[in-house]
Design a protein around this ligand. Structure first.
Ligand code: SAH
Length: 223
């Protein structure tokens, strides 16, 4: 077997950032070393592609901070057989990282132009195991469920019941939850039988989850 190409130096920077934020899962760190983040960032932000912060991707949305993508992927506890639903495709970068770790990824985005761009980037890079769907991700996507993990990349007021219902037994829903005082925590909900376990992981800052089982369409917030 030929040696795999050495990951670009700047992608190694993403790996170091993820480690600094506490990510230890080797498979997740390897995925960060493989996905070309610059392909998901608008051209005008290209020189910031490897900074440890979120970046604007248009329509008031952001590509998540790379370390956050890694932390969420780690929290989802994926293995190569996993089926994953991502809610909030955005740029498609997070979906690519998940696709490196799981067997298949379905990702839902409510804003059609973002979904179209993400779909094109993922296809160009050869991610054949990712399906990009336009719609309200708070309702999940029952047709291709249940899922071993659901990763939500926007903050909602509570875990959408539709998503909990689409988890396998033992499945994990990783999602930022926003309290009435606007503070947000990343929370892992784990389904076991008819019950749901809750683990609050750490404080985060995400754009709002807008949908039937999220915040209403008029939702806005002062940062
Ligand atoms: N994972 C993305 C981060 C996207 S930011 C990345 O790596 O780039 C969150 C995204 O969630 C935004 O694009 C926003 O439009 C989308 N979103 C918000 N509410 C949604 C909903 N109900 N269904 C699907 N997408 C939603």
């Amino acid at each position: 077997m030929p040696e795999p190409p050495r990951p670009a130096a700047d992608r190694q920077q993403l790996v170091r950032q993820a480690r600094r934020h506490g990510v230890r899962d080797r498979a997740v760190l390897d995925a960060m070393a493989r996905v070309p983040r610059e392909e998901f960032v608008p051209r005008r932000c290209a020189r910031h592609a490897f900074d440890d912060r979120p970046l604007p991707i248009g329509r008031g949305q952001t590509i998540s901070q790379p370390a956050m993508v890694a932390l969420m992927a780690e929290a989802a506890r994926l293995d190569p057989d996993s089926g994953v639903l991502e809610v909030g495709t955005g740029s498609g970068y997070g979906a690519a990282v998940l696709a490196e770790l799981a067997a298949r990824v379905v990702t839902v985005e409510r804003l059609e132009p973002l979904a179209r761009r993400a779909r094109a980037a993922l296809a160009r890079l050869g991610y054949a195991n990712v399906e990009v769907v336009v719609g309200d991700g708070t309702l999940g996507r029952p047709a291709t469920g249940p899922y071993d993990a659901i990763v939500v990349t926007a903050a909602g007021p509570a875990p959408p019941p539709a998503l909990v219902a689409q988890l396998t037994d033992g499945g994990r829903l990783v999602m930022p939850v926003e309290a009435p005082d606007h503070r947000q925590d990343l929370v892992r909900f784990t389904r076991s039988g008819d019950g749901v376990g809750t683990e609050v992981l750490f404080g985060v800052r995400f754009v709002p989850l807008i949908g039937e089982q999220g915040f209403g369409p008029g939702h806005s917030r002062v940062f």
